[in-house]
Design a protein around this ligand. Structure first.
Ligand code: KDO
Length: 335
C-alpha cells in the first residue's frame, strides 16, 4: 500500500506531467473522509475548534466533513450511526453514552464535575479506562478527548416577578425543556422542575411559542442560539458542568496507521483544548451582553440546589448503575 507521502509524491509527479502536457492539474484527494455529526451550530466553539484545529491537523490523510445543527444525523442518533459504520465522528454527550451504558450517567450527574480542569483530570484518569474500553468493545466507539460545553443554568421565559428561582421548590410546575434521554430527564426532575424532552433544534421555537417555560444550557449556547430573544431570566444554578466527548469510529481507527492514529489523537486533544479556552472565555464574558438584551441574570441559593439534586441521586436507580467507588474517585480529583 502506498504511504501518504509516496502517494503525494506520485500525485505531484502526475500533476507536473499533466501541466507540461497542457492539462489541468488533478486536485489532491485525501485517502479518507472523516464525517462528523453534531447538533451544535457551525459557530459553536466546539464546532469551530474541530474545523480550525482538528481538520487541518489530519488534512494530510483525511478530509473532514462536518454536519451541523443535526442535519447529518438527528441529535442522539450519532453514536448508533458510528457503531453501524455510517458516521466517523460526533461530539457526543455522557447522557448519550448512558443510553448504551447506564453507568456513564455518573458523568452527567448534577454537581459532580466542578469545572473544566476537573473534567480533564477525570477523563484522563485510570477510572475512565473501563468506561472507554466498554465503549470501544461493545459499541465500536472510541472516546478520544473531552470537550467543555460549560455550566448549565436555568433559563426561563417568565420574568423574575413571575418566577423567582431561589430554591428547587420555586421550579415546581415549571415546564423545563431538557434533551431527550433518561439521564437528562432525571436531572431536570432533580432540579425540582417538570422536564420536557425536546430536540435542541426545536428549543428556540418552543420558547418563542411558550410550548415550554424554559431550557437549560451554558451562557455561550444562550447567545449562539439567541435564546436571550425569547427568555427573560437566567438563574445561575450551575447544576451541570457539562462535557462532550470527541467520539470516533473504532473501525476507522483500526484502519489507520500508527502514525495516523497519533495524529488523530493529537488533533482531538488540541481541538478540545482550543475549544475549552474559547468556551471558558465566552462563558466569563457574556453576562453583560445577555443583560443588555433584557434578560435578568442572578445567583439562586446554590447550597439548596446542590443539596436537593444530590439527595435525588443518592440511592436512586441511576446511582445504582455507577461502579463501586467511582464517585469517590471523581470527587478526589476535584479541587
Ligand atoms: C442540548 O440539547 O441542550 C445540548 O446542550 C446537550 C449537549 O449534550 C449537546 O449535545 C448540545 O446540546 C449540542 O451539541 C448543541 O449545542
Amino acid at each position: 500500500m502506498m504511504t501518504t507521502l509516496t502517494r503525494r509524491a506520485a500525485m505531484s509527479a502526475i500533476a507536473a506531467v499533466g501541466l507540461a502536457a497542457g492539462f489541468a492539474a488533478p486536485s489532491f484527494a485525501a485517502d479518507l473522509t472523516f464525517t462528523m455529526a453534531t447538533a451544535g451550530s457551525e459557530t459553536d466553539q466546539r464546532s469551530v475548534a474541530m474545523a480550525k484545529v482538528f481538520a487541518p491537523m489530519v488534512a494530510g490523510f483525511a478530509d473532514y466533513k462536518p454536519g451541523y445543527n443535526a442535519t447529518m444525523f438527528a441529535q442522539g442518533t450519532e453514536l448508533e450511526a458510528i457503531s453501524r459504520g455510517n458516521l466517523t465522528m460526533s461530539i457526543a454527550s455522557a447522557q448519550e453514552m448512558a443510553q448504551f451504558f447506564p453507568e456513564f450517567s455518573i458523568f452527567a450527574t448534577g454537581y459532580v464535575h466542578q469545572d473544566a480542569a476537573h473534567q480533564v483530570r477525570v477523563f484522563n484518569d485510570a477510572l475512565m479506562d473501563p468506561f472507554k474500553k466498554k465503549a470501544e468493545d461493545e459499541l465500536g466507539v472510541k472516546l478520544l478527548s473531552v470537550m467543555y460545553l460549560g455550566r448549565r443554568h436555568v433559563n426561563l421565559r417568565q420574568t423574575r416577578d413571575e418566577v423567582n428561582v431561589q430554591t428547587p421548590a420555586d421550579l415546581a410546575g415549571v415546564n423545563l425543556r431538557m434533551p431527550g434521554t433518561d439521564a437528562w430527564q432525571f436531572l431536570g426532575a432533580a432540579l425540582g422542575a417538570s422536564p420536557t424532552p425536546l430536540a435542541f433544534s426545536e428549543v428556540y421555537t418552543a420558547l418563542a411559542t411558550g410550548a415550554v417555560d424554559g431550557q437549560d444550557n451554558p451562557l455561550p449556547t444562550v447567545v449562539d442560539k439567541k435564546f436571550y430573544e425569547v427568555t427573560k431570566q437566567i438563574a445561575l444554578t450551575s447544576h451541570l458542568v457539562d462535557l462532550n466527548y470527541i467520539a470516533f469510529s473504532k473501525e476507522v481507527w483500526d484502519g489507520l496507521t500508527a502514525e495516523q492514529q497519533l495524529t488523530v489523537q493529537r488533533a482531538a486533544d488540541a481541538a478540545a483544548a482550543y475549544g475549552r479556552l474559547k468556551q471558558l472565555d465566552l462563558e466569563n464574558n457574556l453576562a453583560d451582553f445577555i443583560r443588555s438584551q433584557g434578560v435578568e441574570i442572578y445567583t439562586p441559593d446554590l447550597a439548596a440546589f446542590r443539596e436537593h439534586v444530590q439527595a435525588q441521586y443518592a440511592g436512586s436507580e441511576v446511582a445504582a448503575t455507577w461502579p463501586e467507588g467511582v464517585l469517590d474517585r471523581i470527587n478526589a480529583l476535584g479541587n
